[in-house]
Design a protein around this ligand. Structure first.
Ligand code: PEP
Ligand code: MN
Length: 348
């Protein structure tokens, strides 16, 4: 439930509403906005008597949020959420943001080389898995904490922000220590203890859509993170299971405009896992930006043919550079801008 205040309501009016909500046994959360001040009532509000709140001075309206996801919805916050990272990258505003890097961190040389190349191409966020969720227990599982350290070194050297996956609740703190964004992978989208823990970390979280999850389930999973007081969530469409085997997954580009209308959270697309095939990544990346994605996550490897995971879907650095030029044109055609490069702003 949302209590919308009159634009002339003063601090005392707001405090009175918050105390009334607290007296009713609920938590109150103020929602700053350019258009209006609102106070959200957190919890199952099915039985709340809204009359008491409506009668308070300064209150314009009490809105029952109709969606099951509350804080994630646009009803709760009409303005789009913009997440600003320490290196100045803004996700969810006018800029189209690029997160790129190898599927897995493999060695100091590999991650350093690709980080520098991607920075030169204008990328501001480096991706790379240290803890890998592999289908087979015999496949490369990632370098673990050593991988996180290598990512942190690359961050120091380039000024890029780092996004990497936390596979289990107990690893969230160590990932948060080394990364700027905690990734929750598709297989863990409904791992509720992990979502809660990521919410408590206070760090931006990249939440990937589950392999067979509906958009509603994705938004409800995001709600777990916001319910812990962390509204810095970036959603990611990375393809869902399909009956067709020409691609690894079915990249659901419709999810982008659908999520944009239902939620204020930013949404990016991952055409690498979405297609599984290098030759399909570039066209789908272009399409995702045209569909309104706030960014892209792309796997790029200095030597994809020797990659320890997901080589077949990893771009060669030159292919990625060409894609950047195309993304710039598409972004501008729809009134957006490509994220400004770090060069000139952040020393390498
Ligand atoms: C990844 O980003 O490397 C990854 C494992 O992605 P997903 O969870 O979407 O499969
Ligand atoms: Mn991968």
């Amino acid at each position: 439930m949302l209590v919308v205040m009159h634009h002339e309501a003063d601090d005392a009016d707001v405090r009175r509403v918050i105390s009334a909500i607290n007296e009713m046994g609920y938590e109150a959360r103020s929602i700053p906005g350019k258009q209006r001040t609102a106070i959200g009532l957190i919890g199952n509000d099915g039985k709340v008597d809204s009359g008491r709140l409506e009668a308070l001075p300064g209150v314009v309206q009490v809105i029952h949020v109709t969606q099951p996801y509350k804080q994630v919805s646009r009803e709760w916050r009409p303005e789009s959420t913009v997440i600003e990272l320490k290196n100045g990258t803004r996700i969810g505003g006018d800029d189209v943001v690029l997160m790129a890097g190898p599927c897995s961190v493999e060695s100091p040389e590999q991650i350093a080389e690709i980080a520098h190349r991607l920075r030169e191409s204008g990328v501001t966020i480096l991706r790379g898995g240290a803890f890998k969720p592999r289908t087979s227990p015999y496949s490369f599982q990632g370098l673990g904490v050593r991988g996180l350290e290598l990512l942190a070194t690359a961050r120091e050297a380039t000024g890029m922000a780092v996004v990497t996956e936390a596979l289990e609740p107990d690893m969230v703190d160590v990932v948060a220590e080394h990364a700027d964004i905690i990734q929750i992978g598709a297989r863990n989208m409904q791992n509720y203890p992990l979502l809660r823990r990521a919410g408590q970390s206070g760090k931006p979280v990249l939440l990937k859509r589950g392999l067979a999850a509906t958009i509603k389930e994705l938004l409800l999973s995001a709600e777990y993170i916001l319910a812990e007081g962390n509204d810095q969530v970036i959603l990611c469409e990375r393809g869902v299971r399909s009956f067709d085997h020409h691609t690894r997954n079915l990249l659901d580009l419709t999810a982008i405009p659908v999520v944009k209308s239902l939620s204020h959270l930013p949404i990016i697309a991952d055409p690498s896992h979405g297609t599984g095939l290098r030759s399909k990544v570039v066209p789908m990346a272009r399409a995702a930006v045209a569909a309104g994605a706030d960014g892209l996550m792309i796997e790029v490897h200095p030597d994809p043919d020797r990659a320890l995971s997901d080589g077949a879907q990893s771009l060669y650095p030159e292919q990625f550079e060409e894609l950047m030029g195309q993304v710039r044109v598409i972004a501008e055609a729809i009134g957006r801008t490509l994220v400004p490069p770090l060069a000139g702003r952040v020393p390498a």
